[in-house]
Design a protein around this ligand. Structure first.
Ligand code: PLP
Length: 410
């Protein structure tokens, strides 16, 4: 019995059965660069950014670079967005290379003193995750004679419904509990911080547009309430993001136009807007996820007790998420295809695509119906642009790192 896989992203065309990525056959990309290979098409990211701009005309757009920090991709995205969000001093360095410090914010638990110092010296904004972190940042600022730019990340008292990764409404290493956030703002303002506002990120991989609208509206209301309690107007309210992409069978895309229309209206009537607050949404996955395809070649084809295995030269060491081992509860199939047999191919067979690692976890597609593929054929696994190469255990088993290439504009 075969299992379904997710919808193929509509951005990719086929020509005479060949998958086309950035105007060129997938098999041609592999012929030039070898396999396994990630190909990223920045035109898809640019279209996403344009869709965001038209839906959210009054909201700044930030790119959360942990989704895909590939240098050439980052260079393409940086001038098209208003800010970059980073989560380590390594990412801070990458961001500073392409964007002014004033548009960079640094979130994440467990920032070391050296990381706090790097951000303070550069004049990037630190989204503080705890009172203790704020105190360390202020002490480092004192030593340096610099008022640190601090935003307070809030652990909200509500949860983002329908999101793949739940944050908020519970104990959390991320952010200061909402009930203590106003107190922390008062305190850091008094102690000389350059307070930049609130950062409220309620969850990731949300596909339910109505839930996203409700969460953004609740997030805005929370920011208004906390500002009132603190007695200070935030320069910026970072409303998080969490827009998902349809990975699995039955998933549908988020309705960005509807979410944008609702937020634009809510922001227009907010007391904070009248007082001068600006807003930002930070996105990773939704901006870059669909732009990437992971291409891997069949090394072996075998039968075992009634199941056909296509064993490929890639695996979970490059694309952990497709194996179901990166933050999903139930293992489901990412969209997958045989790269030179796209479209209507009648002689489909029930196969599992497994990677070359010595672990049963290394299963990139489980019992899917695909056109017959042989040794040397290229398998395409879609939605590899976010949390792919960057979020996989590439040192495991000592295979070479995957090659990553960016489609160049002609
Ligand atoms: C990871 C992260 C993001 C990006 O999330 P996506 O689901 O990829 O859009 C945004 N903000 C913060 C604080 C994050 O940690």
């Amino acid at each position: 019995m075969s299992k379904p896989f997710g919808p193929l992203p509509p951005e990719f065309a086929f020509q005479t059965g060949e998958l086309i990525i950035g105007g060129r056959a997938a098999t041609a990309w592999v012929a030039e660069h070898g396999s396994p290979l990630f190909v990223y098409d920045p035109a898809i990211v640019e279209a996403r950014i344009a869709a965001f701009r038209s839906a959210f005309p009054t909201i700044d757009l930030h790119y959360a670079i942990k989704a895909n920090p590939h240098a050439a991709l980052l260079q393409t995205i940086a001038p098209l967005v208003d800010g970059l969000d980073v989560a380590s001093s390594g990412e801070l360095g990458k961001a500073l290379a392409v964007k002014p410090a004033g548009s960079i914010s640094f979130a994440g638990p467990g920032k070391r003193d050296t990381e706090l110092k790097a951000a303070i010296v550069a004049r990037a904004t630190l989204n503080v995750e705890s009172e203790g972190e704020a105190t360390r940042a202020l002490a480092i600022g004192d030593q340096l004679g610099i008022a640190p730019r601090l935003a307070v990340r809030v652990n909200p008292d509500m949860e983002l419904k329908g999101s793949g990764m739940k944050m908020g409404g519970r104990p959390s290493p991320f952010g200061v509990d909402a009930e203590r956030a106003a107190g922390l703002v008062k305190d850091i303002v008094k102690r000389g911080a350059d307070w930049r506002g609130f950062h409220i990120f309620a969850g990731s991989q949300a596909l339910d547009s109505r839930a996203l609208i409700e969460t953004q509206s609740a997030t805005l209301a929370l920011a208004e309430r906390l500002s009132g309690e603190a007695g200070h107007v935030p320069a910026v309210v970072n409303l998080g993001g969490g827009f998902g992409i349809p990975y699995f069978h039955g998933d549908t895309p988020v309705d960005v136009a509807a979410i944008g229309a609702a937020l634009t209206e809510n922001v227009a009537i907010s007391s904070l807007t009248k007082a001068g607050t600006a807003y930002a949404i930070e996105l990773g996955r939704w901006l870059v996820g669909e732009s990437g395809v992971y291409l891997t070649r069949v090394v072996d084809r075998k039968q075992s007790r009634g199941e056909t295995f296509l064993i490929v030269d890639g695996g979970l060491h490059h694309q952990l998420a497709a194996s179901g081992n990166f933050g999903t509860v139930v293992r489901r199939n990412y969209p997958v295809a045989v790269a030179h047999q796209m479209g209507d191919v009648p002689d489909a067979e029930d196969v599992s695509v497994v990677g070359c690692l010595c672990t049963p976890l290394d299963r990139l597609a489980d019992r899917v119906l695909l056109p017959a593929a042989n040794v040397g054929d290229v398998i395409a696994i879609f939605l590899a642009g976010a949390y792919g190469a960057t979020a996989s255990p590439s040192a495991f088993l000592g295979h070479p790192a995957p090659v990553e290439v960016l489609v160049q504009r002609s």
